[in-house]
Design a protein around this ligand. Structure first.
Ligand code: 5GP
Ligand code: ZN
Length: 116
């Protein structure tokens, strides 16, 4: 399925609900997480509705991992963190709550920054 009308991230892609866009191209969208675990907490998603790492197709995965370092660099330049975590939860038991693949980019600011 390339689009799921009941999926919150598909609605963001369709601009049916607003999000603060960080990066966008034909295949990928990056936007600020609504709940900023750390300052600059960003989600990177494929525009195709692929629910998790097991559904992610190689073409989409390859493009995603081409743009993630660029987005990481832009977050570094903007927020000047001291580190960055990439997090991807797959499955309810692993903490996945939105079943449209997403990579969390979590800029880190040291102890007590809200994550880990
Ligand atoms: P997960 O727990 O599935 O790895 O992460 C889902 C993430 O999506 C959460 O961090 C949550 O805050 C974020 N999220 C859920 N709904 C929305 C929304 O409507 N807009 C934005 N920007 N983020 C959302
Ligand atoms: Zn979706």
């Amino acid at each position: 399925m390339s689009h799921d009308p009941n999926c919150i991230f598909c609605k963001i892609i369709q601009k049916e609900i607003p999000a603060a866009t960080v990066y966008e191209d034909e295949h990928v969208l990056a936007f600020m997480d609504i709940s900023q675990v750390t300052k600059g907490h960003t989600l990177v998603i494929p525009k195709k509705h692929q629910k998790d790492i097991y559904e992610l197709t190689p073409d989409v995965a390859s493009h995603l991992f081409t743009v993630v370092p660029k987005i990481a660099q832009a977050l570094k330049d903007t927020f000047e963190p001291v580190g960055l975590n990439l997090v991807n939860n797959n499955g309810k038991e692993a903490g996945q709550t939105v079943f449209h693949y997403h990579m969390h980019l979590l800029p880190r600011y040291g102890k007590g920054d809200g994550f880990g």
